[in-house]
Design a protein around this ligand. Sequence first.
Ligand code: CA
Length: 231
Amino acid sequence: MSKILIIEDEVAIADLERDYLELSEFEVDVEHDGTKGLERALEGDYDLYILDLMLPGVDGFEICERIRETKNTPILMVSARKEDIDKIRGLGLGADDYITKPFSPSELVARVKAHITRYERLTAAGAVQQNNDIIHIRGLKIDKTARRVWVHGDEKQLTQKEYELLTFLAEHPNHVFSKEELFKRIWNMDSIGDIATVTVHIKKIREKIETDKNNPQFIETIWGVGYRFKM
Ligand code: CA
């Protein structure tokens, strides 16, 4: 049975969400406070999180960010204001979906089911293929033996250096590398060379693998530091 954590301070909404999800055979935990919710989210083993944005204690933005530091579990954000949804998108916190209040409970259940199914499929594929030199992170798949890359099933043509840079970052998810480090590792030279090469290659990779290159979901720019592959 899939397990869901709801973090929502409005008791009536939390109850409604829980009732509908339990009717659909999900196991549901509820927290009404952001601080407790975050603790439980990080400790517990959940298959999906439903996060309200405005919460006492820690807000939904921060909870989302903290969960993403260690987990790939689907996150559905709930907000009363459409502007907040735009903000969440802009921040690229790694939420998988957004829903505005008021919403229909059956729509919520449908979305929850879709995300859990999709995530199970991804993790199952990842587990089977890990021994096979295949990296599978969300929609991105890299076959290291064949040196081929797919995004959501579509093969992408990368140059040798683009491939090496992407693979190196994907093999060290969440680790921030400076441009100098990346230049040394991929171009195999002392960093006397032009580290702008790294920036150019990251830009090209994004053009090939990102749906919206202004809001990258795979390689993230850490301003003033370098890049990291988001897990
Ligand atoms: Ca709230």
